[in-house]
Design a protein around this ligand. Sequence first.
Ligand code: HPA
Length: 272
Amino acid sequence: MKMDRNACRESVSYLRKQGMGDVDFGLILGSGLGELADLIDNPIVSDYAQIPHFPISTVAGHAGKLIYGTLSNKKVLVMQGRFHYYEGNSMAALTVPVRVMKELGAHSLIVTNAAGGVNVKYHPGELMLIQDHINFMGNHPLIGKNEDAWGPRFPDMSHAYDEAYRTVAKQVAASAQIELQEGVYMAFSGPTYETPAEIRMARAMGADAVGMSTVPEVIVANHMGMRVLGISCITNLAAGMQANLNHAEVVETTNRVKHAFQDLVLAILEAL
Ligand code: HPA
């Protein structure tokens, strides 16, 4: 599968034909947050499987739809369910939706995910504003020929998570009395959870949370000059900090806090 700008434009022209208009904010909804898409006014929905050049999502609990419409008075394009590297997608393939968002006009990207807490002060169920990330996935979505029309060969990642957006997020959380941690997200490829030794390494390297997503999309958004806001739901303590890890707990925690998480994302979107 070719993932160049022409392929991307075929995806975009398909979506335009479905009636999708210009986008302000792209949203990627991680595990458990998908219901936010049900709040979109005048939605236009496309199954990933119908969209040219889109990869296939294989994880249970990730719906696999692209939804255009109005949310918090903003024109949004929402990914209900994301693509993961561990599913076998190339990094170029799994970030196609971010390219598409930008080609539809999106100036900003909001990403959410589930993550394991590495910082000993974090508790399951808390939300963490992503301040910065560490790409530990062993691959990079911009490897290969650069599309100069999209962005530079060597993008600056000094401000990968927009500072002004983070300030707004913290103000919104404070006024809604939602506790919001702020920290560094470190991405592993998965699909195993990390070992306790890997988590000690992650902490020593400056990580506050670990997960298996988000970093490829955020790199691509930065490549195209998009402003990014990221929020993690700390669903569990990372390996070695609690007895065992399992996906059921991740789902259980996201379900427990999804309403607060949704409310926060909606209020931040309103304020941006
Ligand atoms: N590690 C990696 N990914 C995760 C975790 C974790 O502990 N929790 C939720 N996603």
